[in-house]
Design a protein around this ligand. Structure first.
Ligand code: NAD
Length: 321
């Protein structure tokens, strides 16, 4: 019997040595498809028969295959046992459909905690201080911008940071925010134990909305969290609240956010993620009080390099049978 086949979807930029080392225990194969229709055809044609593991390098893989929905999962090779998703969260994979086919799925949480929490800190500071106004003005050749100048920003010191979804990234963000003098409250489906909460105050969802000076979204996107922040939630917030989203665009209603910005309910915003990436609501793009990043939360050499661990673990799994 030959070695088990491992299919690479997407690109590897920084862990090529670990990927290549997998060839000691597995036959490494790549897909030829350039889009979803071609990939489904490639699967159903039998060219990928014998593939036991898919190594999914999101987001470059997803740009070809699209989401792992029911249609895609039904088309995957019958021999498939495991999808190793090199992204954080399961929102791109229908895990129930995988379970129905006895396909195991893993993702890469934790390794992205620092990079994503750092991105949230950048966005919190940018939104609080109004740095985006200055960034736009200086590039437009107008130094500090309009006359009269934009309003003064705010210090993070002494502000209440509300974290919605206090998992790996939320807890990492808490520590970093405290270094800037912020106090942290959080809401999770379940209260954390004392060690994990590490002094953060557990509050109800409504209290989180009512008490936060800055609200950071750090929860996964699923049917229960889609648009969890929309008009009724903005209405419960403080006037002049600052919102930062490094989770998924779908957890916040972008049109409602634009309305809340326009009425002044929301003072400023920092975003790394959007409802329809790469499209962004024009009301956000045109607003100088909104600092925008193109989903760069985990874009560091260090995060990419750490993915080598998942290749090493795949090798161990194969050896264990
Ligand atoms: N911007 C980026 O590049 C980037 C990078 C990594 C992760 N993310 C996103 O951030 C999300 C969080 O990542 P993580 O690694 O911290 O995940 P995690 O699973 O460690 O933490 C998520 C937390 O959200 C909580 N939660 C779930 N549903 C909730 C609800 N309805 N209300 C309140 N809390 C709820 C969970 O209990 C958990 O504590 C991921 O799901 C992913 O979508 C984005």
């Amino acid at each position: 019997m030959g070695k088990p086949k491992v299919l690479l979807l997407g690109k590897i930029d920084h862990a090529t040595a670990s990927w290549n080392a997998l060839s000691d225990v597995a036959e490494l194969v790549t897909a030829q498809a350039k889009n979803r229709a071609e990939f489904i055809e490639e699967c159903t044609s039998g060219r990928l028969d014998g593939v036991v593991i898919i190594c999914d390098r999101a987001p470059s893989s997803l740009a070809v295959t699209g989401k792992y929905d029911e249609e895609l999962i039904q088309a995957l090779p019958k021999t498939l046992k495991f999808i190793c998703h090199n992204g954080a969260g399961y929102d791109n994979i229908n895990v129930s459909a995988c379970t129905a086919r006895s396909i195991l799925v893993s993702n890469c949480p934790n390794v992205v905690d620092d990079a994503t929490a750092d991105t949230a800190i950048f966005l919190i500071l940018a939104a609080l201080r109004g740095f985006n106004n200055g960034i736009m003005a200086i590039r437009n050749g107008t130094w500090k911008g309009a006359v009269p100048p934009p309003p003064l920003g705010h210090d993070p010191q002494g502000k209440v940071l509300g974290i919605l979804g206090m998992g790996g990234i939320g807890r990492n963000l808490k520590k970093k925010a405290e270094a800037f003098g912020m106090s942290v409250i959080y809401y999770n489906r379940k209260q954390l134990d004392v060690e994990q909460a590490d002094g953060a105050e557990y509050v109800s969802f409504d209290d989180l909305l009512a008490r936060s000076d800055v609200l950071s979204l750090n929860l996964p996107l699923n049917a229960g969290t889609r648009n969890i922040i929309s008009t009724p939630e903005f209405e419960k917030m403080k006037d002049g609240v600052v919102i930062v989203n490094t989770a998924r665009g779908g957890v916040m209603d972008e049109a409602a956010l634009v309305d809340a910005l326009n009425t002044g309910k929301v003072l400023s915003v920092g975003l790394d993620v959007y409802q329809q990436e790469p499209n962004i609501h024009p009301g956000l793009v045109s607003n100088p009080h909104v600092c925008l990043l193109p989903h760069m939360g985990t874009s560091t050499v260090e995060v990419s390099t750490v993915h080598r661990l998942s290749f090493n673990k795949m090798g161990m799994l194969i050896q264990m049978g």
